[in-house]
Design a protein around this ligand. Structure first.
Ligand code: CTP
Ligand code: MG
Length: 396
C-alpha cells in the first residue's frame, strides 16, 4: 500500500476561549448542542473537508476532554489530530497552534470551533483559494443598517455596501502568516481575527462568499439557532383547545310558528328577527366564531347577507362548520342553555340535539332549558335568552 502524500494544508481549530458572553459555565466549544458539543460539530466539518493536518487548540485543563471529542468526532475512522493548549487571547491560541504545524505545511487555515456548523465546503473553498501571495476569508454581506454611535447618540450612518462580515476558516500562506504573528508578538498588537493581523503586517487578503451556517456561537440565542438548525426538537408550547361564548336574545313576535334549537314548534309563538329568529342556533354560531377568532354572526350572516333571510339553523351551522374547518379547527363540543317559559323543551331535547349536531357535521351539541322564576324578560314571557359555549380543537 502506498502512503498518501502528507498534506500541505493544515487547519488550526481554536477552541480555547472561555465563552464569557455565552456564560454556560464551561468553555464554549464544549457546550452541548444536541448530545454533541460545538467542538464535535466543528470537527465534523473539518473531517469532512479535504485531508489536512488538524491541530485543535484546547482550553487549559480541558485537553483530555478535547482529545475525547476528537475520537468521538472521528467515529473510529482513525484520523489523527493533535491537541495543544491555548492562551489568554485568541491570538495567543492561534500562535500555539502554529507552533504545532508539520514542516511540510504550506497553507494554514485558522478556524473558530465556535462556528460549529460551518459546512465542509466552506473549508475546502478557502483552502483552494489561498495563494502564495494572499490570504482568503469567507465573508457575508452585512444585512443590518449600521450606525456610528457615541454613547446613546447616533452620530452617523455607515455605508454597508463597503462592509462584509468576516467568518472562518481564514486561510493564509504559512510563512507569511508566521511572519505576521511574530511581528504582532513583537509589537504587542492584538487583533480579533487573523486577517486583521495579516493585513497589519502588510499582507493582502481576498474574500470569498461565506455561509449563513458558519455563524459564530457567541450568545445563548446563537446556541438556540444552532440547535434549531441541527433539527433538535425545540420545545413548542402545547396547542391548547379554544373556547368561545355566544349569547342571543329574541323577543316573541311576528307570524307563523316558532323555530328554536333547529326545530319547528307548531302552535308556539315565533321569535322575531332576521332569519327565523332561532336564538339557540345564533348563540351557537357566535360561540363557534368567537372561539375561532373569526368574528361574529352579524359579520357573516347579518342583514348585509340577504341570502340568509328566513334561513334555518342548519344553514347557519353548516356554513359556520365549513368556515371553522377552513380555518383549521375541529369542533370539540357545544353546550347551550336557554332561558324562557316556552316552549316546554325536555320532550324534544334529543331531537334538537340531533338536528344541531348533524348541522355541525356530527359534533356533540347539548341543549338545556330553564325558567327564571318569572324574573326578567324571559320570566315575563317576552322573549328568550340563550348562552352557548363552544370548544374548538386546533388541527395540526
Ligand atoms: N479562542 C481561543 N482562545 C482564546 C479566546 C478565544 O481559542 N483565548 C477561540 C474560541 O474558543 C472561539 C474563537 O476563538 O472558538 C472565537 O472567539 P470568541 O467567539 O470570542 O470565543 P470566546 O473568547 O470563548 O468567547 P467570549 O469572547 O464571549 O469570552
Ligand atoms: Mg473572545
Amino acid at each position: 500500500m502506498t502512503a498518501l502524500p502528507a498534506p500541505t494544508t493544515a487547519i488550526i481549530v481554536v477552541a480555547a476561549g472561555s465563552g464569557t458572553r455565552l456564560g454556560a459555565g464551561v468553555p464554549k466549544a464544549l457546550v452541548d448542542l444536541d448530545g454533541r458539543s460545538a467542538l464535535s460539530h466543528a470537527l465534523n466539518g473539518v473531517f469532512a473537508a479535504r485531508a489536512m493536518q488538524i491541530v485543535v487548540v484546547a482550553p487549559a485543563g480541558h485537553e483530555q476532554e478535547v482529545a475525547d471529542e476528537l475520537i468521538d468526532a472521528d467515529g473510529g475512522r482513525g484520523r489523527r489530530a493533535s491537541v495543544v493548549v491555548g492562551g489568554e487571547t485568541r491570538q495567543q491560541s492561534v500562535a500555539a497552534g502554529l507552533a504545532a504545524l508539520h514542516p511540510g505545511i504550506e497553507v494554514v487555515l485558522v478556524h473558530d470551533a465556535a462556528r460549529a456548523l460551518t459546512p465542509a465546503a466552506q473549508i475546502d473553498a478557502v483552502a483552494a483559494a489561498v495563494t502564495a501571495e494572499a490570504g482568503v476569508i469567507p465573508a457575508l454581506p452585512v444585512v443590518d443598517t449600521l450606525k456610528h454611535v457615541s454613547g446613546d447618540e447616533v452620530v452617523g450612518s455607515v455605508d454597508r455596501s463597503l462592509l462584509a462580515a468576516a467568518q472562518t476558516p481564514q486561510g493564509f500562506p504559512r510563512r507569511a502568516l508566521e511572519a505576521a504573528y511574530s511581528r504582532a508578538s513583537q509589537t504587542g498588537d492584538e487583533h480579533t481575527d487573523d486577517a486583521a493581523l495579516f493585513t497589519a503586517a502588510g499582507g493582502s487578503v481576498r474574500r470569498i462568499h461565506g455561509s449563513e451556517r458558519a455563524f459564530k456561537i457567541t450568545t445563548p440565542s446563537d446556541v438556540e439557532r444552532a440547535r434549531m438548525l441541527l433539527g433538535e426538537r425545540v420545545p413548542t408550547p402545547p396547542v391548547l383547545p379554544r373556547i368561545g361564548v355566544g349569547t342571543d336574545v329574541h323577543a316573541f313576535g311576528g307570524e307563523g310558528n316558532l323555530w328554536l334549537a333547529g326545530l319547528e314548534w307548531p302552535g308556539e309563538r315565533p321569535l322575531s328577527g332576521h332569519s327565523d329568529g332561532d336564538a339557540v342556533a345564533h348563540a351557537i354560531v357566535d360561540a363557534l366564531l368567537g372561539a375561532a377568532g373569526l368574528g361574529d354572526i352579524g359579520q357573516h350572516f347579518g342583514t348585509a347577507h340577504p341570502e340568509y333571510t328566513g334561513a334555518h339553523a342548519d344553514v347557519f351551522l353548516a356554513r359556520t362548520a365549513a368556515m371553522l374547518a377552513e380555518a383549521g379547527f375541529a369542533i370539540g363540543n357545544v353546550s347551550v342553555q336557554f332561558q324562557g317559559n316556552r316552549p316546554r323543551f325536555s320532550a324534544r331535547r334529543a331531537e334538537a340535539e340531533e338536528v344541531l349536531s348533524a348541522a355541525l357535521g356530527g359534533a356533540a351539541v347539548t341543549v338545556s332549558a330553564t325558567t327564571t322564576d318569572r324574573l326578567g324578560f324571559p320570566g315575563r314571557g317576552e322573549g328568550i335568552a340563550v348562552t352557548a359555549v363552544a370548544l374548538l380543537v386546533p388541527l395540526g
